[in-house]
Design a protein around this ligand. Structure first.
Ligand code: OXD
Ligand code: MN
Length: 591
């Protein structure tokens, strides 16, 4: 297929002049094309073929050792005004961004092929969907984009001769961390990523377009782009309610999205349907409710910790047609990771490509991991046993409840509900969580991460809060808003709540509350469950543990309000007054 879109052709030609590739290949999305690219990547060592009997269609990729997670310190929002990016983003002027990255892009593809990937975020024919075109010198990127987005000729047909698209330029360049930049130019609908080969930095449809650029477009156009999973909870009556839930990276979104009900609830007739595990685009429909789609078509999930107990549906999903990144290679050509299925292998090749045995000690004096803690699988969503029949629905699904959740050892109880929409926006704005392996930074340190969007909001977060408040006021039937914390621990650091499938016990309460089918108790921080309303059949939880899970420790919360005040002060006068009022109300309720 030829490109008949003049602006697209002009831009590609301009980028060819900058990057100077030897060859340019337009990606059509066919099966033959995939096989050809895979063959080439296998011959150069960019990919390793896995055991095709046990893992048909699966391959392994290893990134550079210093390129294993998103680099938030090298990620910038490039707007003409610094204020437009706000205090929580790194900012560069567009001139400086184009100049700095342009110097690195210059001739970066010489001796290489430039692949042109037209891609669609969202189901074909959906009013929610957006088009991007990514130019890249990485076959790994093409093969991942093929799973994570809808690509090829069909996208060019939808784009037509003058459709809008996001310009996405990526080059691995020399994979030098000192020459790595992930730049967003929202005013130009453009993304430039250079010097990295790690998924979150280079699959430009994902974090860069579907969150940073889309959040900017969402505000301009009156919709929302959120770091949220979407799942359907089917009640014994057959009624399905959909919830969208925001958690920071590597806090179990994929596990929750694919949850398998625990025995008691399964016997009652509960089922879970997966719509998305990472990103939700949401719009208000004529009926005054909020509807959501998952703009992606695959899962880029964290491997360590994924096993038949934590996420049996993910384990089934990744048995075929999956790209594994930075996991351990076993001698039989299959893969393994820490807290994965099966016994710890007695030997293998670790994520760095070195021989590995359990217990071998690294330079830091600690046992070496076989798989990187942020190692990943990329798998087609359609392979997931719990995939929703509405996954490809252009209309999306109606959202009954929004859930915010952080990873907190203390402070936040297992679940509580906001008093109303504005209070719910406040709960989102004060979210906090411990840093995980999905990003570089001090692991375990608590940081404020409003709506789990701190790394992904493409504009001033104070304006983002305002947008949330405005969206609420436009809805006749806004979703109810909740906060959960699966990660509260006891004095020994052990988790108090079993998590995983048992989280459905909390979701059941959330749905019943959203439908106003049960009462709740009023606490200073929001509504909390009457413990008799939580179905805990089959769960062996001591009363003291349950009390601890719902404890609201006044001293901790007073300290929390001081911290929130300090966080809010970053935004100065731009912070919506509604949030200051919510904070004052919380302080006075705490007495
Ligand atoms: C992800 C992330 O990959 O949030 O989803 O880092
Ligand atoms: Mn994510």
């Amino acid at each position: 297929m030829e490109i008949e879109h003049n602006a697209l052709n002009n831009w590609i030609n301009e980028m060819i002049r900058l990057c100077n590739p030897d060859k340019v290949v337009l990606i059509n999305g066919s099966e033959e094309e995939k096989e050809k690219l895979e063959k080439e990547a296998l011959s150069t060592g960019e990919l390793t073929l896995l055991n095709q009997e046990k893992l048909p269609g699966c391959v392994l990729h290893r990134t550079a050792h210093n390129d294993v997670a998103r680099t938030e310190n090298l990620t910038f929002i490039c707007t003409s005004e610094k204020e437009a990016a706000g205090p929580t983003n790194n900012w560069m002027s567009p001139e400086e961004g184009y100049k700095k990255a342009g110097d690195i892009f210059k001739n970066s593809m010489s001796g290489r092929t430039m692949y042109v990937i037209p891609f669609l975020m969202g189901p074909a024919g959906s009013p929610f969907s957006k088009i991007g075109v990514e130019l890249t010198d990485s076959i790994y990127v093409v093969l991942n984009m093929r799973i994570m987005t809808r690509i090829g000729d069909r996208v060019l047909s939808i784009l037509g001769v003058n459709g809008e698209f996001t310009r996405c330029l990526h080059s691995k360049a020399d994979l030098d961390i000192n020459r790595r930049l992930i730049l967003h130019f929202p005013e130009d609908n453009t993304i430039w990523s250079v010097g990295s080969g790690y998924g979150g930095n280079v699959l430009l449809g994902k974090k860069c377009l579907a969150l940073r650029i889309a959040s900017y477009l969402g505000r301009k156009e009156g919709w929302m782009a959120e770091h949220m999973l979407i799942l359907g909870i089917e009640k014994p009556s057959g009624e399905i309610n959909y919830v969208a839930a925001a958690f920071p990276s590597a806090c179990g979104k994929t596990n929750l999205a694919m949850l398998v009900p625990p025995e008691g609830l399964r016997a009652k007739g509960y089922k879970i349907w997966t719509v998305g595990d990472d990103i939700a685009w949401m719009r208000i429909k004529e009926d005054g409710s909020l509807w959501a789609i998952n703009p992606e078509s695959g899962f880029f999930g964290v491997a360590p910790g994924t096993n038949s107990k934590s996420n049996p549906n993910a384990v089934k999903t990744i048995q075929k047609n999956t790209i594994y990144t930075n996991v351990l290679l076993k001698t039989d050509g299959t893969v393994w990771w820490e807290s994965g299925d099966g016994p710890v292998p007695s030997e293998g090749i670790d994520w760095m490509g070195n021989p590995w045995k359990p217990g071998i000690i690294g330079d830091d004096g600690k046992p070496k991991k076989g798989a990187h803690p942020n190692s990943r699988f990329t798998a087609p969503a359609a392979q997931c046993p719990s995939i929703s029949s509405h996954f490809e629905d252009p209309e999306g699904v109606p959202i009954t409840a929004i859930i915010f959740g952080g990873r907190r050892a203390s402070v936040a109880p297992l679940v509580y509900q906001s008093f109303d929409w504005n209070h719910g926006v406040f709960l989102g704005s004060i979210m906090a969580s411990e840093i995980t392996a999905a990003q570089y930074g001090a692991q375990g340190m608590v940081r404020r991460d409003p709506m789990a969007m701190i790394p992904f909001c493409g504009y001033n977060m104070a304006d983002y809060f305002k947008h949330w408040l405005e969206m609420g006021s436009k809805m006749k039937n806004p979703p109810k808003i909740f906060h959960v914390n699966w990660f509260k621990t006891d004095e020994k650091g052990e988790f108090l709540w079993p998590g995983y499938g048992d989280n459905l016990r909390v979701l059941e309460w959330i749905v019943d509350r959203s439908k106003e089918e049960i009462n709740a108790l009023k606490s200073p921080i929001g509504y909390i469950p009457d413990k008799n309303d939580l179905d805990l059949t089959g769960l062996d939880l001591d009363k003291e543990v349950l009390d601890k899970l719902f404890e609201i420790n006044k001293d901790e919360w007073v300290k929390e309000t001081t911290d929130i005040k300090e966080f809010y002060s970053k935004f100065g006068n731009r912070l919506p007054e509604e949030l200051n009022i919510e904070l004052d109300n919380l302080i006075s309720r705490l007495g």
